[in-house]
Design a protein around this ligand. Structure first.
Ligand code: RP5
Length: 163
């Protein structure tokens, strides 16, 4: 039997993958099944519509959506599904990702997107956030996430290296 995929990682373009792979790697590390798709608010609006319409019925519990520039994907996805959407602002050349951040962050009341930091750290944190949500109902995952967090804390030295 194949494992139920509970996390959807979507992005506006192939060019977002180097950033969004950080979310995928985090889910790999924590043993969370996910799918990865290119879904663009502007270039494939019908795909966005269908993905959002079917998300809850397909058993998705969290959607991680990354986009850059006029980054409407996370917000539009949040408009189409009640499945929680975590937004990742992809860093851009022209405006360093502040454009992406503001596009994703400033949602109107009623349709929230949980917005992460710009770029790779934001994508990695999106993976951790998705895992944290799923861990509320998955003891094994909760233990793995606790262990991951502890290992990170343990890796931080008490004092800086002075050269
Ligand atoms: C957005 O436009 C994508 O999310 C991407 O970050 C940005 C640029 O896309 P490409 O022109 O690289 O395909 O829709």
């Amino acid at each position: 039997m194949t494992e139920q995929v509970k996390v959807g990682i979507i992005m506006g373009s192939q060019s977002d993958w180097p950033t969004m792979q950080e979310a995928a790697q985090m889910l790999d590390e924590l043993g969370v099944a996910y799918e990865v798709k290119i879904v663009s608010a502007h270039r494939t609006p019908d795909r966005l519509w269908t993905y959002g319409k079917e998300a809850a019925g397909r058993g998705l519990q969290v959607i991680i959506a990354g986009a850059g520039g006029a980054a409407h994907l996370p917000g539009m996805m949040a408009s189409k599904t009640r499945v929680p959407v975590i937004g990742v602002p992809v860093q851009t050349k022209a405006l360093s990702g502040v454009d992406s951040l503001y596009s994703i962050l400033q949602m109107p009341r009623g349709f929230p997107v949980a917005t992460m930091a710009i770029g790779a750290a934001g994508a990695a944190n999106a993976g951790l956030m998705a895992a944290g949500i799923l861990a509320l109902q998955d003891e094994g995952l909760a233990e793995r996430l606790d262990a991951w967090r502890q290992a990170l804390s343990d890796s931080i030295p008490d004092e800086p290296v002075r050269d």
